[in-house]
Design a protein around this ligand. Structure first.
Ligand SMILES: NC(=O)c1ccc[n+]([C@@H]2O[C@H](COP(=O)([O-])OP(=O)(O)OC[C@H]3O[C@@H](n4cnc5c(N)ncnc54)[C@H](OP(=O)(O)O)[C@@H]3O)[C@@H](O)[C@H]2O)c1
Length: 408
């Protein structure tokens, strides 16, 4: 079932007497931890099939002791011994390595949270799609790398993608699927990140600690840096194009520093529908987790008089070239978005490791997309090949060692 059909058709709420079986891919990350917290508030409503992490074995083991999943998987095979020791005697089945993460996604949970960061989420998310699961999609890189292929598989296997990104959750809630020909454009809001008002000089000398400090949201390191470069919004343009089956020029971005209006849809009659709320990922996560029901969240309520002013600006294309790069990659299609994503992952990590400056990130990405060219992509294997090739190339430019393609 496509996202468009999801509201119309047979996504019936699981009767409350019957717990919903859930797998969380990336349970140790920011979105994953939020999901675990929400599940713990209503334990009778869920049965946990599998949890997966990568390096944070201590947290994975703690979550497994609390939620008692049938399976716990650590993606980094070097950490298997620790996991085994930490969960000895619990009865939870254990596994390690990237293939085991994909196998976790194949297990029969009827709801899967896809919250692995980066292209590493591609194969596991695809595995969940191919068995027709309902998927809460946080891992936007999956659609950036393989949007057309993934949406084709969603349709073929009657899977359902429910957006978790707050912007796409907002659009999903105000997108009149039954009148989609009346949609003029999607307006994605962006906070503008921590460097919205600073000079180019300050940005050039920014430290990872400054760049990771998002003004409104608490998130994982990679997406926080992506927000600072505004590549996050670029990736979200691509995500929206595929999720809602609109043309690239129908997706526009407006900077909204308060992060209260999470996104909007404009119709041909000039009517604009928006979804508003406080900046708390618990809201879109729970909406995807309980859809089509709405359940109470612990998130604070929106107090508009207290917020006072909502402002909107055009993004600055000179200061934030990643927006242009992402849009160009989407329009070029083929290998370009995959190269963009892989180069961004490496540049982002290299900046966090203090190997490059903040302003080097877009340059590295542009060079990588140009170097690969717009090759045709006809399979997931093609995507993986372009991803690996770009990582090798960028790592060479970065001067060497390690981290080329984790666990692939
Ligand atoms: N954070 C947010 O508020 C937010 C909002 C909207 C969308 N998203 C999207 O959600 C996704 C996750 O973001 P996040 O902020 O939650 O990231 P995060 O905090 O960095 O967590 C990433 C998760 O992926 C796991 N992981 C890392 N590398 C892996 C690999 N090679 N194989 C398998 N698992 C791996 C991590 O395991 P370990 O921690 O154990 O190493 C962790 O569980 C991203 O695509 C992001 O764009 C996030």
């Amino acid at each position: 079932m496509s996202i468009r059909a999801a509201r119309d058709a047979a996504l019936r709420p699981v009767p409350s007497a019957e717990p919903r079986s859930v797998t969380i891919l990336g349970s140790t990350g920011s979105v994953g931890r939020n999901t675990v917290d929400l599940i713990r508030r209503d334990p009778a409503a869920y049965r946990i099939e599998a949890l997966t992490g990568s390096d944070n074995v201590a947290l994975l083991a703690e979550q497994a002791r609390l939620l008692r999943p049938k399976l716990a998987v650590v993606a980094n095979p070097a950490r298997y011994g620790e996991l085994k020791e930490a969960l000895a005697g619990t009865g939870t089945e254990l596994a390690a390595g990237p293939e085991a993460v994909t196998e976790a996604a194949q297990r029969p949970a009827n709801w899967v949270m896809a919250s692995i960061v980066g292209a590493a989420g591609l194969k596991p998310t695809l595995a969940a799609v191919r068995r027709g699961a309902v998927i809460g999609l946080a891992n936007k890189e999956t659609l950036v790398c393989a949007g057309a292929l993934m949406m084709g598989e969603v349709k073929r296997h009657k899977a359902t993608l429910l957006p978790v990104d707050s912007e796409h959750s907002a659009i999903f809630q105000v997108f009149e699927t039954e009148r989609r020909e009346s949609v003029d454009r999607i307006i994605l809001t962006a906070s503008g990140g921590p460097f919205r008002t600073v000079s180019h000089e300050v940005m050039a000398n920014a430290t990872p600690a400054q760049a990771v400090k998002h003004p409104n949201w608490s998130m994982g390191a990679k997406i926080s840096i992506d927000s600072a470069t505004m590549m996050n919004k670029g990736l979200e343009i691509i995500e929206a194009r595929w999720l809602f089956d609109v043309t690239p020029d129908q997706v526009q971005v407006v900077v909204h520093p308060q992060s209260i209006v999470h996104s909007m849809v404009e119709y041909v009659d000039g009517c604009v529908l928006a979804q508003l709320g406080v900046a708390d990922m618990g809201i879109p996560i729970l909406y995807a987790l309980t859809y089509p029901e709405r359940r109470p969240t612990p998130a604070p309520r929106l107090d508009l008089p207290r917020v006072g002013t909502l402002t909107f600006f055009e993004p600055d294309p000179v200061k934030f070239p990643c927006l242009r790069l992402a849009r160009a990659a989407l329009e070029a299609g083929g290998a370009a978005p995959i190269a963009l994503n892989a180069a961004n992952e490496l540049a982002n990590a290299a900046f966090l490791d203090r190997r490059i400056r903040f302003v080097d990130i877009p340059q590295l990405i542009e060079r990588a997309v140009e170097a690969d060219g717009p090759g045709a992509i006809t399979s997931i294997e093609d995507c993986i090949e372009v991803d690996a090739r770009t990582r090798r190339r960028v790592e060479t430019w970065l001067g060497g060692s390690g981290g080329v393609s984790r666990w692939k």
